[in-house]
Design a protein around this ligand. Structure first.
Ligand SMILES: [Zn+2]
Length: 120
């Protein structure tokens, strides 16, 4: 009908992708207008950008934590790989070095506690 001054209700222009072939527009009433397009509070580009930045920061922190964990594991594996050879040499040298002998004894006691936690 012409001449109607009734404003059409603005709806969010965002297209929502559901599972499979479902695709529908966001049906929420628009609260924001950006570059002539209308968005609800959830799909307002500023809010979406903020959410994206937040999840990117979270992802970055997670991947940094994972990298640090892998690095620590690599270092531990490297140390373990060479430990026996170095320890054998150290034991031979300990006959001439009381500090070294003490360090070896401390290590062996700690190891024994781990291997037999209930023995005293
Ligand atoms: Zn929306």
């Amino acid at each position: 009908m012409m001449g109607s001054d009734e404003k059409p209700k603005l709806r969010c222009c965002k297209t929502i992708f559901g599972g499979g072939w479902n695709r529908s527009g966001c049906s929420k009433p628009a609260k924001y207008t950006v570059d002539g397009k209308h968005y609800c509070g959830t799909h307002n580009p500023a809010a979406e950008a903020a959410r994206n930045a937040k999840s990117e920061a979270k992802y970055k922190a997670q991947s940094e934590a994972r990298d640090a964990e892998w690095k620590a594991k690599d270092i531990a594996a490297l140390k373990a790989k060479h430990f026996d050879a170095i320890f054998t040499c150290a034991k031979m040298l300990a006959h001439h070095d009381t500090e070294l002998a003490k360090a070896i004894k401390t290590y062996e006691r700690a190891l024994a506690r781990l291997e037999k936690p209930h023995a005293h």
